[in-house]
Design a protein around this ligand. Structure first.
Ligand code: ATP
Ligand code: MN
Length: 435
């Protein structure tokens, strides 16, 4: 077999880079059909699909046998001349002079019109589909641009522990773990450790999995998701929100300009994302509740918004909106009270347009010891487990703020997916941890 460098990428062929030239490609069989002395093998690699036309009298007997014996998801390599052909998918065709089956294998179990459950059971194979391949790429680029944004702003990337004894977002959704006979949890958030890092490095971000035993089945909750958590020393909540909108603008503009093909294939008009520019509208939580009540929704001041309320607020918006200053009562213990609006905290959610819902939760953190201790007591948290976190407020504390972005929530919105499970390769939900 030839060396990797001798193979061309299908994407380059479809971009017209090799027209009229002899090339070699390799990959997997997307489709195969033979009629008389002509076999059409549509090949795919990571970059696209290409129709390869094999004429019986143009190739060796062994090659003809291979080209007619392969089927969906067999692996193969072939060589031939690239021709422009309007009738072929993608507008190009390979006139094959040599075809070699690498691995013919067994009949692929996934055919057309399979049930959602079946496709989840065979996720390890379904990830080869055009649709999921495209989403995998989109997710990768989105994550890259997020990292790029933070590196360009001189943030350091830090890694938190995944096994922990500190609950960050409340006890209800903790996965418990037998830790050598002791109790520990899978991390719900790296934020508290992010605060530690920011007191040594200034501006940092964490990109790590978070685990939540979400009991309800929704289209936007996973039991395991990837969590981007920046934390910034000497930051106010105002600066925090500005950073969030700049970050979202950056990643939307990058995707729309550099990968409109991926967006389009996923069902998102790139122009939708080109419109996403800071500043985003800011709505006070109390005002948002009034607006929702006027529209007839049954929500009271003091209740957390759910999918219906978020959908109502964003159904006509084209860019994300901030909801800020939530009542202290239902927010996390570490959020700092807004002294100018007592009873509310310096918090924000960022809601994606058209009902995609919350993608970010952020806040300014309590940075004074006694204030934090009072909240720990109020919420009956186990003081001992939070000793280290309280320590941060005993030695050189500074005002600081940060936020958490769910990568899959962002991907779901940006690629306009119906369900969060397609934003992650192996979704973990209440009834699934296989494959
Ligand atoms: P929600 O109210 O939507 O359940 P939350 O308020 O519990 O989310 P936070 O604790 O603020 O979420 O977490 C920060 C971010 O992490 C959220 O804005 C969201 O993007 C993401 N996130 C939270 N829970 C999940 C989950 N179960 N699956 C996927 N992403 C999640
Ligand atoms: Mn939240």
């Amino acid at each position: 077999m030839a060396k990797a460098g001798e193979y061309s990428k299908i994407g380059d062929i479809l971009a017209g880079k090799h027209t009229g030239k002899k090339v070699k490609i390799r990959g997997w069989v997307h489709r195969q059909r033979t009629s008389g002395g002509l076999a059409f093998v549509v090949m795919r690699d990571a970059t696209g699909v290409l129709q390869c036309a094999v004429k019986k009298d143009a190739v060796d007997e062994k090659d003809w046998k291979d080209a007619t014996n392969v089927f969906v998801e067999s692996s193969a390599e072939c060589e031939g001349i690239v021709k422009e052909d309007k009738r072929a998918p993608g507008g190009f065709e390979l006139g094959v002079s040599g075809f070699n089956a690498i691995f013919i294998g067994e009949a692929f179990p996934i055919a057309k019109d399979q049930s959602v459950e079946f496709l989840l059971d065979t996720r390890h194979l379904w990830l080869r589909s055009q649709r999921l391949t495209n989403i995998l790429k989109g997710r990768d680029y989105i994550t890259r641009y997020l990292r790029q944004f933070f590196f360009e702003h001189d943030f350091f990337e830090c890694t938190p522990p995944i096994i922990t004894r500190s609950a960050c977002e409340g006890g209800a959704t903790l996965f418990k773990l037998d830790y050598f006979g002791d109790m520990a949890y899978l991390s719900q958030s790296g934020q508290m450790y992010g605060e530690v890092f920011s007191f040594s490095l200034g501006n940092i971000f964490i990109l790590a999995p978070s685990f939540r035993a979400e009991p309800s089945r929704t289209i936007r909750h996973l039991a395991e998701y990837w969590h981007l958590e920046p934390e910034m020393a000497f930051y106010s909540q105002k600066m925090n929100m500005e950073l969030q909108e700049d970050m979202i603008e950056f990643v939307c503009q990058k995707m729309a300009k550099e990968h409109p093909d991926i967006l389009q294939a996923a069902g998102r008009d790139p122009n939708d994302l080109l419109m996403v520019k800071a500043p985003f509208p800011r709505i006070d939580y109390g005002k948002a509740i009034e607006m929702l009540q006027e529209k007839g929704l049954k929500i009271e001041y003091g209740q957390d918004m759910g999918a219906d309320e978020e959908a109502e607020l964003t159904k006509d918006t084209k860019i994300p909106i901030f909801v800020h200053n939530h009542p202290k009562a239902f927010k996390a213990f570490y959020m700092r009270e807004d002294k100018s609006k007592p009873g509310t905290v310096l918090s924000n959610d960022l809601l994606a347009p058209q009902g995609h819902g919350e993608i970010i939760g952020g806040s300014e953190r309590i940075w004074e010891h006694d204030e934090l201790m009072a909240r720990v007591k109020e919420q009956n948290l186990p003081e001992k487990e939070y000793q280290w976190y309280l320590d941060l407020r005993r030695y050189g504390s500074v005002p600081h703020a940060g936020f958490g972005l769910g990568i899959e929530r962002l991907v779901k919105w940006m690629l306009n997916l119906d369900h969060i499970r397609d934003a992650i390769p192996f979704p973990r939900t209440i009834n699934r941890a296989y494959p």
